[in-house]
Design a protein around this ligand. Structure first.
Ligand code: FAD
Length: 484
């Protein structure tokens, strides 16, 4: 069976040596650095669940490509049932981790690469698809963790890519030779790539003739020469760096959502890992197919899992405070559940209405309309859930003292007495749940949810392209017996 144990996953990362920087310093070992470790833990959990009899049906599936059981996060959906299973896996992993499963962008990019390499070969006679399949088989057989990178720094949005004074604000092909290509530029906001084996790279800023050098997609090991990761650093990172006790952090093991800028300084990619090179007419297809798949994931699946955590914490606080019968709080909780279920419904609808794309390729992608609606919907729903949870949690969500006070002989009795709400629950539990709410509502998740998979304007642009008002106009005319 092509599945690594969690221990084998950790062992496998020891031979991967990415060049990583955080907080102005080199991270020599992503397995031991407190912040990069959270990514390793999150990915590691996906290996554990794949082998756990309780969760293996969610986390694994059969791959006809290698005729074996694989981790779902290395699979490409070949039916709407598999898209639904994909959606359910997204919710499961997010609620269990309370952060990203960092294999998800790679998983979604596999779908886009599968569909578009197939289409390019059919239309243009290129040979990308068999190459891509060989790569995917290698990923599946070795059960690799794969990240995905699309977002770029970009220059002035008023100008076209070739008009930017700095040509490398979008990843650019700078050389081609008989062995492969060389690329230069950067990707930004990339989730968890330094704790993975490979990165799938997609184009972002190639649209038109003259932008062929920006039309590039490939896969690369994370430790290829010339790749540098410059990690995010936030108050949450600083707190984790300094905490004596990780319990302090709201999500002790898996942390916040970790990203980095990925610099490609003349990185060589052999032809066998190049899946798109110059065919600018297909770059937008790679992006939109990735986007609708990822918008189903971000909008209708993983944020549902996050909402489960927030709702659970708000419910516990309600109980600790003896507010079980407070009508307005029960209504707020109900509103949170309704928002969660609307988000889940959008994600599932995107999967149910998914279809083979392109016809004959064998790959199933979520419905464009519902994939985009999923993300558009959750961008606002998530802020609302954060606000409601903040209301129920009270000011302590942002004013809570350190859990260290529970061990300080001079303060522990005060803290136990005054932060215990006079309930049966120990103050320690109340403080931990409050810290978890702080992590969700006063941290990085609001903006992270808004921008992950694109800000709302990106979804609105896609919706404007696919919404068809003809039927709506027709029913009005039919009702009024209007004849053109
Ligand atoms: C937590 C997190 C994880 C992420 N993980 C990944 C990942 O793993 N891989 C990956 O590739 N990306 C990832 N992203 C990137 C994410 O997809 C982008 O942040 C998102 O698409 C927004 O792009 P941006 O950050 O460059 O913001 P911008 O594009 O600069 O958007 C800022 C504002 O400018 C507006 N704007 C932008 N361009 C135009 C224009 N031409 N005309 C008019 N208005 C415009 C937008 O609508 C928005 O209002 C992640 C982001 C976050 C927050």
């Amino acid at each position: 069976m092509a599945l690594m144990t969690p221990e084998q996953f950790e062992e496998s990362l020891k031979s991967v040596k990415p060049r990583v920087f955080m907080n102005g310093e080199r991270v020599e070992n992503v397995l031991t650095n407190r912040n990069t470790r959270t990514v390793v833990e999150a990915n590691k959990a996906s290996y554990e669940w794949a082998l756990d009899p309780k969760y293996k049906d969610i986390m694994t599936c059969h791959s006809p490509l290698i005729n074996d059981t694989v981790n779902r996060y290395t699979h490409v959906s070949t039916s709407t049932d598999e898209l639904i299973a994909k959606a359910n896996a997204g919710t499961f992993t997010a609620e269990m981790l309370g952060t990203c499963i960092y294999r998800c962008v790679g998983y979604d990019s596999f779908h886009s690469l599968y569909a578009t390499t197939w289409e390019m070969d059919k239309d243009l006679g290129t040979e990308y698809h068999p190459r891509f399949l060989e790569y995917l088989k290698m990923v599946q057989k070795n059960d690799l963790s794969v990240a995905g990178a699309l977002t770029e720094p970009r220059g002035s949005r008023k100008e076209k890519t070739p008009d930017w004074p700095d040509p490398y604000l979008s990843l650019k092909i700078v050389d081609k030779n008989k062995d492969g290509i060389v690329v230069k530029g950067a990707k930004i906001n990339i989730s968890g790539a330094f704790g993975s084996h490979y990165i799938n790279v997609l184009p972002q800023a190639a649209h038109y003739k003259g932008e062929e050098d920006y039309a590039v997609a490939f896969a690369t090991p994370v430790d290829a020469e010339g790749i540098t990761f410059i990690c995010q650093y936030t108050p949450y990172s600083a707190e984790r760096d300094q905490a004596d006790d990780l319990e302090e952090l709201g999500n002790p093991l898996y942390g916040q959502r970790e990203t980095s800028m990925v610099v490609f300084d003349n990185v060589f990619v052999p032809w066998e890992r190049v899946f798109h090179c110059g065919e600018y007419q297909y770059s937008v297809k790679l992006v939109t197919r990735f986007a609708k798949t990822h918008r189903m994931t971000c909008g209708g699946t993983c944020k549902v899992g996050f909402m489960n955590q927030i709702i659970g914490a708000a419910k516990l606080i309600q109980e600790y405070k003896g507010l079980n019968k407070a009508t307005h709080i029960n209504e707020q909780l109900m509103e949170m559940v309704a928002l969660r279920e609307t988000s889940r419904a959008c994600g599932l609808a995107a999967a149910y209405n998914g279809a083979e794309e392109p016809l004959g390729s064998g790959v199933y992608l979520p419905d464009e309309l519902m994939g985009n609606v999923s993300k558009l919907n959750v961008a606002n729903a998530f802020w609302r859930i954060m606000a409601l949870a903040g209301d129920i949690g009270g000011g302590l969500v942002v004013t809570l003292p350190s859990l260290k006070e529970l061990k300080n002989p001079e303060t522990k009795d005060y803290v136990k007495e005054y932060l215990g709400f006079g309930s049966d629950a120990p103050a320690e539990n109340i403080m931990k749940v409050t810290k978890l709410l702080q992590n969700w509502t006063a941290g990085l998740h609001g903006v992270g949810t808004w921008h992950g998979a694109g800000p709302i304007m990106a979804q609105k642009i896609m919706l404007q392209r696919v919404i068809d008002y003809e039927h709506d106009k027709w029913i009005v005319k039919r009702t009024l017996n209007i004849k053109d």
